[in-house]
Design a protein around this ligand. Structure first.
Ligand SMILES: Nc1nc2c(ncn2[C@@H]2O[C@H](COP(=O)(O)OP(=O)(O)O)[C@@H](O)[C@H]2O)c(=O)[nH]1
Ligand SMILES: [Mg+2]
Length: 325
């Protein structure tokens, strides 16, 4: 077994930007072992003063829309001309693919993965959405303490993971294809409504005109939504990760958003709300875990389940009985 580090060693290593210790700490955060979770919490307490300084961007879109390729192109712009340090994380609870991750296709991020200012971490494998989002959030904090000033959180764009990611980022970017209907793209109206920006991808070759048309259509559609609490009107752009056209513009939009919402106070308020949400989420998960771990509950649960199933006891009365044990 690999050497176990102390909280002091982790803290110092992460603050010094040591990749090995950062990766090991993320593995701890992903672990479900109580001792690992304890250590993670101690570490996060120590690192908390050094977190919160990054810009957190969620990136979503259906498989094949070009997320990985776009992240590589935008990422290289950030670590290159803009001199940023970038961490790319993923939320993909369902994936059984190689490495258990949508970032298993790291091949699309070859250059970025090799860049010293970039850090790419796949989604933890084989966990529930709740488990993945929790460890991703902890991983975000670890990356911030390690000095990354931009975080990308990639999500698959097919389920509830978007909502979870939206709840942990400052800015939500939706990637769309031109010419495919919304149904075809599997994008629900709710996801459109969460977007702070939409970029129509693959605006290159013979596809530019269609992309521009789609841009106008989405821009019009988004205008019909009520103004967001942020006071920000979503922006629609076109881009090509292949030619690089329009890629830096997306980052300019993110920067404009951050400036505007920091000036209005919305940026800070939203982070506070997200923290409170995660507090209650953690309490709920902790209570549930303790409840099911109680021997009295474990003893009685199967009987009660059978009685509820057979219609001999109401679900609510049964819950009351178990909660009273
Ligand atoms: N023409 C063109 N193809 C692209 C572009 N971006 C991605 N692709 C292609 O679209 C396919 C899916 O891209 P990928 O980044 O893996 O999509 P993801 O599933 O959303 O991560 C790949 O074959 C890419 O080469 C682009 O800007 N222009
Ligand atoms: Mg991908």
């Amino acid at each position: 077994m690999a050497k176990r580090f102390t909280v002091d060693e982790y803290t110092e290593g992460i603050l010094n930007g040591n990749r090995v210790l950062l990766s090991r700490a993320i593995t701890l955060a992903e672990s479900t072992l109580p001792t690992d979770q304890d250590l993670t919490q101690q570490l996060l307490n120590r690192l908390l003063p050094y977190t919160g300084r990054s810009v957190r961007v969620g990136i979503t879109g259906v498989p094949g829309v070009g997320k990985s390729t776009f992240i590589e192109a935008l990422g290289l712009h950030l670590v290159g001309s803009l001199g940023k340090r970038l961490a790319v994380l993923a939320v993909d609870p369902s994936s059984q693919r190689s490495g258990g991750s949508i970032l298993g296709d790291k091949t699309r991020m070859n250059l970025l993965a090799a860049h010293p200012a970039a850090f790419i971490r796949p989604s933890p494998a084989g966990r529930s959405l709740g488990g993945v989002t929790r460890s991703t959030r902890e991983t975000m904090l670890l990356c911030e303490a390690a000095g990354f000033d931009v975080l990308f959180i990639e999500t698959v764009g097919v389920g509830q993971s978007e909502t979870a990611v939206h709840g942990m980022v400052d800015f939500f970017l939706l990637l769309m294809l031109a010419g495919a209907g919304d149904e075809l793209q599997g994008i629900k109206k709710g996801i459109m409504e969460m977007a702070d920006a939409v970029t129509i991808t693959k605006a290159d070759g013979g596809n530019e005109q269609a992309a521009r048309r789609a841009r106008r259509e989405y821009q019009n559609a988004l205008h019909l939504f009520p103004l967001a609490l942020s006071g920000w009107s979503p922006v629609v752009t076109t881009s090509s990760a292949l030619t690089g056209a329009g890629v830096p513009d997306v980052w300019a939009v993110v920067e404009r958003y951050v400036e505007q919402t920091q000036a209005s106070g919305y940026f800070q308020r939203r982070r506070q709300e997200q923290n409170l949400h995660w507090l209650h989420e953690a309490i709920r998960a902790g209570l549930e875990e303790r409840f099911y771990a109680r021997p009295a509950v474990q003893q009685r649960l199967e009987t009660v389940r059978a009685r509820v199933k057979a219609g001999q006891q109401s679900p609510f009365g049964a819950a009351g009985e178990l909660l009273g044990l």
